[in-house]
Ligand binder design. Structure first.
Ligand code: ADP
Ligand code: ADP
Ligand code: ZN
Length: 223
């Protein structure tokens, strides 16, 4: 299965991509997560990415596209991937198609998770992430078993530096300005699947899977 997950910041892309990756036995590729790891490691990529991410802006296309190109060339992506947070611009979407076409491959679906702005703020303000493994929690809807501690690896939970009101506002503006054209790009291709992102995590997951199975572009294709 080759999927991309689109949606505003906080719409549930990472959460649903993790579940879909388990369900379809594909790697979960999150550009945001790759950038955050590079920032934590203090690499050159991390320093450059941080300059943009901290302001709520996108990392430039050339850097992001090259990174995704390298990642989906890796052997674990041979039979599929769940791309979370990429593409975020029309150029990224075009480049992704070109990368896949060169391999005589195509996307199965672009999934858009839709969510009201009020709920977006609620989700982002209460999001907590593991400082070590990146696992995501929510103070109300998905709290860790022990407050402040990651269930998976026992490390401490933190609030993402870009999950503050000012940066969230900027990210939402950028989303409407630069990522909306990506939605129309996939809509024109007939591959956009719009999913209501409201409801609990499991409910949204089941909604996605049942829509994928009943409205699959290429039946019997899994990884
Ligand atoms: P969110 O979960 O809030 O949607 P992500 O974790 O996907 O955010 O991404 C965090 C930040 O990393 C983005 O605000 C952006 O600055 C940068 N980023 C992630 N993916 C991309 C991309 N495809 N193109 C450019 N920048 C990106
Ligand atoms: P994105 O990757 O789109 O920015 P996340 O998957 O990180 O979004 O979700 C944002 C926050 O909302 C996280 O704290 C996550 O635990 C929580 N969350 C995700 N999906 C749901 C849901 N269906 N109901 C309630 N909370 C959710
Ligand atoms: Zn952890």
């Amino acid at each position: 299965m080759r999927l991309v997950i689109l949606g505003a910041p906080g719409a549930g892309k990472g959460t649903q991509a993790t579940l879909l990756a388990e369900f379809y036995h594909c790697p979960h590729v999150s550009t945001g997560e790759i950038f955050r790891r590079a920032i934590a490691e203090g690499t050159e990529l991390g320093r450059e990415a941080d300059r943009h991410i901290s302001k709520g802006r996108l990392v430039p296309d050339d850097i992001t596209i090259e990174l995704v190109k390298q990642r989906i060339e890796e052997p674990d992506c041979e039979h599929g991937f769940i791309l979370d947070g990429f593409p975020r611009t029309r150029s990224q979407a075009i480049m992704l198609d070109q990368m896949l076409e060169e391999k005589h491959l195509g996307l199965d679906r672009a999934i858009l998770l839709e969510l009201e702005e009020e709920e977006i703020y609620h989700r982002l303000a209460n999001r907590r992430v593991c400082s070590n493994c990146g696992a995501t929690y929510h103070l109300d809807s998905l709290p860790p078993k022990v407050p402040g501690i990651c269930d998976v690896c026992g490390s401490s939970l933190i609030q993402r530096a870009d999950d503050n009101v000012e940066t969230i506002k900027e990210r939402i503006v950028i989303y409407h300005e630069l990522t909306a054209p990506v939605l129309s790009y996939y809509e024109e291709q007939g591959s956009l699947l719009v999913i209501n992102g409201e409801g609990d995590i499991d409910e949204v997951h089941k909604r996605i899977v049942s829509n994928l199975e009943t409205r699959s572009l290429r039946a019997n294709d899994s990884c």
